[in-house]
Ligand binder design. Structure first.
Ligand SMILES: [Zn+2]
Length: 188
């Protein structure tokens, strides 16, 4: 999937969202997509930038998960694929070791200790039965965005079947209806 997504190109919709950002009209783009096309078009997806404020532009696009990143099973740190560059292992279904432990030399650590202390990396995608490790940062950003009382909510290409997405859409729609704004639902 990741190899396919690397060749995928952003769509008119991605460029439309970028246009809103550049015109200063985008509060936030929340997406369930994991193909990272938002990054390709030039929207920032680094959650560490936070919600931002009047003088500082926060993250443009909140990604719940990403095929381009790897997450450590022990420390929950995320790493780019380039940083780990263990394509063969990953494709063979083996998790490469977490680079957070790169300084621990193999000579000093027995194979047994390595397996217990060093986390392995897996794609940064959350299965339905697991908690999203980003949930807290994402809801902090959403709470702030709700306080900004946006006047338009565009819901694009989702079936609204995922619980978290349904919740988010309901919360925003409520705030927007209250101020007589517009909620637009475009199905794919
Ligand atoms: Zn780690």
């Amino acid at each position: 999937m990741r190899q396919d997504s690397e060749h995928a190109r952003p769509t008119e919709t991605h460029r439309f969202i970028l246009g809103l950002r550049d015109a200063g009209k985008l509060v936030r783009d929340y997406t369930q997509n994991i193909d990272c096309l938002e990054e390709k078009v030039g929207l920032s997806t680094d959650l560490h930038k936070g919600a931002g404020n009047r003088s500082y532009r926060g993250v443009d696009c909140v990604l719940h998960e990403s095929l381009r990143r790897l997450r450590c099973s022990k420390c929950s740190g995320t790493h780019s694929r380039d940083e780990c560059s263990q394509e063969t292992e990953t494709l063979a279904g083996q998790g490469p070791p977490c680079p957070g432990y790169a300084n621990i030399s193999d000579a000093k650590t027995t194979a047994k200790k390595r397996t217990t202390t060093i986390g392995t990396l897996r794609p940064d995608v959350v299965p339905y039965d697991e908690l999203d490790p980003r949930a807290d940062s994402i809801s902090a950003i959403a709470r702030r965005d709700l306080l900004l009382r946006p006047d338009v909510l565009l819901i694009l290409g989702t079936s609204l079947t995922t619980h978290g997405v349904k919740r988010l859409v309901k919360d925003f729609a409520k705030v927007i209806h209250k101020r007589a704004g517009k909620v637009v639902f475009v199905t794919s």
